[in-house]
Design a protein around this ligand. Structure first.
Ligand SMILES: Cc1ncc(COP(=O)(O)O)c(C=O)c1O
Length: 386
């Protein structure tokens, strides 16, 4: 996209940055460069691409697009969200300490506790919805604070600016997993975060047809280290998967608008349903951090968790859904409904879930963009089974 790209609006950048027509043919849709290597004219004389683990033009396009949407300087992409989080851990050294939110996607503490702690990294988990807990957990060797906001599945928020006030003066990097909001509704870098990660598998792709992850950087040395890691460790995203995200992201703005609209309607319906004991959604006025949500996010999104009362109740309703699809994952155009205790948060174990308030009766819904009346009717008939 021409120089104006920096000032262009979000939807314009999503559709045009890195999405320029192919210069050799004029094709409007960027080509998928299915190649492992690139021919050289003579030793060391090439067009900037040498080997596909190091770089690929389809990947370059996606990385510039995502950097633009999050307001970062680079956005190296990896084979999955977990590969992106793993890449972040490699920025640390043995002996370093990380303060983490105590309610993260289950795979993240699994990676930290069962892999990285064997290599000398130390992790402390606190409730980051109060920034004072972060300040209290910081030690001499703390190098990073890692949060998800809203959290998965409890939908608790972390005040990004308040945590930045704690970390910036101490030169500690704040990493925000922005998967639930997408850059359309939340821009952590604008609020002072140092790194942003996404499972692009979710809203950025938007169509439940590929895995991927991205780390959005704010400083050149981060970008250099992560580009080196792509080359050295090789957990890069394939050109086809890059292309799927390039295609999906073109409609991110309009999809997020509809996700948000329908999310609010479904949350309101659930909050008034007599079989539902509690609803966790930052858009509801009774959410304890509703005011912060209004300040920090420009929409509430479509992730909602609700309490059915027991595992048996959750199972009764989940067996009955017809329009909603029972399955792990989120952020697709289709409504996905899941059971955190046995799916995304199974790795926490019963004790771990109890400690942070994840119950067996909780159901999480990622509201898609189907006709919202059909979703409400489907949930209503499913809840009747309880
Ligand atoms: C918030 C969040 N972060 C990271 C991940 C991991 O991403 P992936 O499944 O693409 O490895 C997930 C997966 O569900 C997630 O929900």
């Amino acid at each position: 996209m021409p120089k104006k790209s920096v000032t262009a609006g979000f939807a314009t950048r999503a559709i045009h940055v890195g999405q320029e027509p192919d210069p050799s043919t004029g094709a409007v849709s960027p080509p998928i460069f299915a190649t492992s290597t690139y021919v050289q004219e003579e030793i060391g004389k090439h067009k900037g691409y040498e080997y596909a683990r190091v770089s690929n033009p389809t990947r370059t396009r996606l990385e510039s697009n995502l950097a633009s949407l999050e307001g970062g300087i680079a956005a190296p992409v990896f084979a999955s969200g977990m590969a992106a989080i793993n890449a972040i851990a490699t920025l640390l050294k043995s002996g370093d300490h990380v303060v983490c939110g105590n309610n993260l996607y289950g795979g993240t503490p699994r990676l930290f506790n069962q892999v990285w702690s064997n290599f000398g990294l130390e992790f402390t988990y606190v409730d980051t919805s109060d920034a004072r807990n972060v300040a209290r957990a910081i030690k001499k060797n703390t190098r990073m604070v890692y949060v998800e906001t809203p959290t998965n599945p409890l939908m608790a928020l972390t005040d990004i600016r308040a945590v930045v006030d704690v970390t910036k003066s101490k030169k500690i990097d704040l990493v925000v997993d922005n998967t639930f909001m997408s850059p359309y509704f939340q821009r952590p870098i604008d609020l002072g975060a140092d790194l942003v990660i996404h499972s692009t598998t979710k809203f950025l792709n938007g169509h439940s047809d590929g895995l991927g992850g991205v780390v959005v950087c704010t400083r050149p040395e981060q970008a250099e280290k992560l580009a080196f890691l792509q080359k050295a460790a090789g957990a890069i995203l394939s050109p086809f998967e890059c292309w799927l995200i390039l295609r999906g992201v073109k409609t991110l703005a309009i999809r997020m608008e509809q996700h948000d609209k329908s999310g609010r309607i479904v949350a309101d319906f659930l909050s008034r349903h007599k079989k539902v004991k509690k609803v966790f959604y930052p858009g509801l006025p009774d959410h304890p951090q509703h005011e912060l949500a209004l300040k920090q996010m420009s929409g509430f999104g479509s992730m909602i968790t609700f309490e059915t009362g027991s595992l048996a109740n959750a199972n009764k309703m989940l067996r009955k859904v017809r329009v909603c699809s029972l399955g792990e994952s989120l952020g697709g155009v289709e409504t996905l409904i899941s059971h955190p205790a046995t799916m995304t948060h199974a790795a926490y174990g019963e004790k771990g879930r109890k400690a942070i308030g994840i119950t067996d009766g909780m159901v999480r819904i990622s509201v898609g963009i189907e006709n919202v009346e059909d979703l409400v009717a489907d949930l209503d008939q499913a809840l009747a089974a309880i």
